[in-house]
Design a protein around this ligand. Structure first.
Ligand SMILES: [Zn+2]
Length: 586
């Protein structure tokens, strides 16, 4: 089960030929500078820009996919770099385009766009460009801000140097005398496999030591992240860091607050789940890292063919067009299944307009890998729907809606497996996987988003930021969500330093929880036979990037400005925890 990349290129000579063509387009596009006020030039510019993008997709798609199959292949890595160099040159030489379009004025631009069907797909993206205009400053002010742009990536670099580059992995001696090296990437599986409470504690502390030892540095870096965001939102006339983060996708602030409040107000089942785990695992005291210890002893292996059959069985009987697209998504040649030396780890679905989506898996035959298959098939099917319905400029969907299509498939698969499972251990494993999915995607991400919100509010109100202040937020949130006192675990209160997303992409993680909530609400609508539920869901899949994500979700049946949508997750979670309780005591 390997990729067939012939759809992109049959030989590499053609790839190099196309790269030369791409290079030739750069000066051609640059030559339009100052000419866009003329309609014929405007039209010609957009046509050439579209052709250039298509050429880029072909070049980039091939180099990227081929390189991911073997990251050690220097030739492929260099192809990847070559195409990126041309694109960065192109971006620099066409940086004048958006300001020039904006200078034409919205009325004139819309008039142009309505003149030719080739241009009408640009109406939504260019309207959005004009919408963003209200936070663009005068030319002189923009110049001053641009002088600071090279400093924006510094917190990321600092974070990586302290947490990875300069950090030392710790060796510990296990109770049986064996010495092991603990790293942030292996500690979860080490804890999961360990039978000793003492070893688990030592493994956990070994990894969190770096955050504790460098707490002041991490707090100063995080303060820099917060202060940069504050300077940005004030300069660009937003009221808060949250408002500026949500503005790009036009997400109402109520969506963020609904999520934060519903999670905060509904933590009873989390505590019940933790108590069930504690009792079943026979622990005197429960620690945050005990969540990695599995309840189930089931170790059924799922071959790829079995996994695929399970997923196809799960969707059987659903909307015909939907089922066809899921099968198409997993067609031979478009899924690279097995782990292999040098292959990129993890899993993804990659799509570029004009080409079939490709799925990369590292199928390890666990139950998780069955869910990953369903998840990635969801992404690919979404792309197939979008790309076959929308023209290129509005085919690309945002991450906000992307995770709706993928997690929808996970809900379907879970219900199917719960119905067909026969052994008690398998049922426990299924319920645990589903519950941990909600714990990780919904509650944990929302806890982090709430932390981000509270920290940014401190800055907005002029309060100082230091390690103690940041830890206090986490201590309170963990107490409220899980009823766990994290000051009893060495280093855990510095969990704010452990999450890279908080440093690299502030106000990002909440989208995992919102997408998950939307997909569950849509799935509940489908299951309960609500009128047009599937037609509405397909309209989201087909709509690509032709609208703002919250509108797309709403039309599909999940209104995120309404708390009720988030309650779908809470209800599902309560149900699953009750089922687990029943199964464990059976
Ligand atoms: Zn995904």
């Amino acid at each position: 089960m390997k990729w067939n990349l012939n759809e992109y290129y049959k030989n590499e000579k053609d790839w190099h030929g196309d790269l030369e063509l791409l290079k030739l387009n750069v000066p051609k596009l640059a030559a339009f500078q100052g000419k866009l006020s003329n309609y014929n030039d405007f039209l010609a510019y957009f046509k050439l820009d579209e052709d250039t993008s298509k050429l880029f997709y072909r070049l980039y798609g091939y180099a990227h996919l081929a390189s991911d199959l073997n990251l050690k292949d220097v030739e492929k890595a260099s192809m990847n770099q070559q195409v990126m160099i041309v694109v960065s040159d192109l971006n620099q030489k066409t940086a004048w385009a958006n300001p020039e379009i904006l200078a034409l004025g919205e009325e004139k631009v819309m008039d142009f766009l309505n003149k030719d069907p080739l241009l009408s797909p640009y109406i939504f993206p260019l309207k959005n460009l004009f919408r963003q205009q209200k936070h663009v400053l005068s030319e002189d002010q923009e110049k001053i801000l641009a002088n600071f742009s090279t400093t924006s990536g510094i917190p990321t670099n600092l974070y990586q140097s302290v947490s990875i580059v300069d950090a030392k992995n710790v060796d510990i001696t296990l109770e049986d005398g064996k010495v092991i090296t603990v790293t942030p990437s292996n500690y979860r599986s080490l804890i999961a496999e360990s039978k000793s409470e003492v070893d688990r504690k030592n493994i956990f502390e070994a990894v969190f030591k770096r955050y504790q030892d460098n707490k002041t540095t991490f707090a100063n870096i995080y303060n820099l992240v917060l202060q940069q965001k504050a300077a940005f939102y004030k300069s660009r006339n937003y009221n808060s860091a949250l408002e500026s983060a949500l503005f790009g996708n036009n997400i109402p602030e109520s969506v963020f607050h609904n999520l934060k409040d519903v999670a905060y107000e509904n933590t009873a089942s989390i505590k019940k789940y933790i108590n069930l785990r504690k009792k079943y695992l026979g622990l005197k005291e429960y620690h945050t890292y005990d969540r990695f210890v599995p309840l189930s002893k089931d170790n059924t292996k799922y071959e790829y063919d079995t996994a695929r059959t399970l997923f196809f069985d799960a969707i059987k009987g659903m909307d015909k067009e939907f089922v066809t697209m899921q099968h198409e998504a997993l067609k031979d040649g478009y899924v690279d299944v097995d782990p292999q030396d040098g292959k990129r780890t993890g899993g993804y679905s990659m799509t570029l307009y004009g080409f079939h989506p490709y799925i990369l898996l590292n199928h390890d035959k666990t139950l998780d890998s069955v869910f990953t298959l369903a998840h990635e098939a969801g992404h690919s099917a979404h792309s197939l729907f979008s790309n076959s319905t929308q023209p290129m400029p509005i085919s690309r969907y945002t991450i906000f809606v992307a995770e709706i299509a993928s997690t929808f498939n996970e809900h379907v698969l879970l219900d199917h497996l719960l119905k067909s499972v026969t052994s008690k251990d398998q049922k426990i494993q299924l319920l645990e996987t589903a519950i941990d999915g909600i714990m990780g995607t919904f509650f944990r991400q929302t806890l982090f988003a709430t932390y981000e919100f509270q920290a940014s509010e401190l800055v907005r109100n002029g309060a100082p930021i230091n390690a103690d202040v940041l830890s206090k937020i986490m201590i309170d949130l963990y107490k409220h969500y899980y009823d766990l006192d994290i000051t009893k675990e060495n280093g855990k209160q510095y969990v704010w330093a452990y999450i890279p997303h908080l440093f690299h992409t502030p106000f990002y993680v909440y989208q995992y929880a919102t997408s998950y909530s939307a997909s569950l609400k849509i799935y509940e609508n489908v299951k309960s036979g609500a009128k047009d539920a599937f037609i509405n869901y397909k309209s989201l899949l087909k709509s690509g990037g032709s609208d703002f994500p919250v509108n797309q979700a709403k039309k599909a049946g999940a209104d995120l400005t309404n708390k009720e949508t988030f309650m779908a997750v809470i209800n599902r979670f309560n149900y699953l925890v009750n089922e687990l309780e029943k199964t464990l005591t059976e």
